[in-house]
Write a protein that binds this ligand. Structure first.
Ligand SMILES: Nc1ncnc2c1ncn2[C@@H]1O[C@H](COP(=O)(O)OP(=O)(O)OP(=O)(O)O)[C@@H](O)[C@H]1O
Ligand SMILES: [Mg+2]
Length: 221
């Protein structure tokens, strides 16, 4: 399962835990509070607007829960994996797409295979990696079409996120402290002995592929 080769530096973990808790966690809690107040006091909202507010609230609550888990794992001995997928990978991805409400972009999502073949923790990691690739496609590509294809198999998970947008120079050196999304995707896949590849060039769209093996000892996770 997910592992790291070197012992994490306790001081660095402690500092990160404090930053996540005191800045990110607190900021999320504050945003949640402001949203609660808005829901209570706003008048004349349509049902659709209320539903959007409720979605925003649910997303904040989820993220706050994740921030808490990250802090706990930074304080404890284990590496923080993504939260296990609760229902189906397709359901999680469709839920994310619904809350993103992409405008002017056609997103095609297809998931083949059976969720029961994939340990929930691996499905959770795949979800986070695909979500980041999709978020990047919606945030940076400026294209008209994004396709997401996930293949679940008894011994592996394979996913491709492709857009027809502006592309970028994926081989250019990344400035330190930037590209945390791409780095996180690579690190999550590598921790599971898998790989990610980013194929892109200016003007030619971007394709991100993820491959994660499922080994015998993962099955009981
Ligand atoms: N699908 C894409 N189309 C065009 N450019 C992309 C795409 N994916 C990534 N990039 C480029 O790679 C950069 C790094 O992406 P990365 O996900 O690491 O960081 P980010 O999206 O800028 O920030 P964050 O993920 O922290 O919100 C982006 O800023 C963008 O320039
Ligand atoms: Mg990103």
């Amino acid at each position: 399962m997910a592992h790291i080769d070197t012992a994490p530096d306790a001081a660095v973990c402690g500092r990160l835990a404090r930053e996540v808790h005191d800045r990110i966690g607190t900021g999320l809690a504050l945003a949640l509070r402001r949203l609660d107040l808005l829901e209570l006091t706003a008048t004349g909202l349509t049902p659709a607007e209320r539903a959007r507010l409720a979605d925003a609230r649910a997303a904040l609550l989820d993220t706050l829960g994740v921030a808490r888990e990250v802090v706990s794992s930074l304080r404890g001995p284990a590496v923080a994996p993504a939260a296990p997928v609760r229902a189906s990978l397709e359901g999680e991805l469709r839920g994310f797409l619904r809350s993103m409400e992409p405008l002017g972009v056609q997103v095609q999502l297809r998931v083949d295979g059976d969720d029961s073949w994939v340990p929930p923790l691996i499905a959770g990691e795949v979800f986070v990696v695909v979500r980041e690739a999709l978020r990047n496609a919606l945030a940076h590509a400026g294209g008209r079409r994004v396709t997401v294809r996930v293949c679940l198999a008894p011994h592996e998970v394979h996913a491709v996120v492709a857009d027809d947008g502006v592309g970028f120079d994926a081989s250019a050196p990344r400035a330190p402290g930037r590209a945390n999304g791409l780095l996180g995707m690579e690190e999550r896949a590598r921790a599971l002995d898998g790989t990610t590849t980013v194929t892109s060039a200016p003007g030619r769209g971007t394709t991100v592929t993820v491959w994660i093996p499922i080994k015998g000892d993962d099955i009981d996770d």
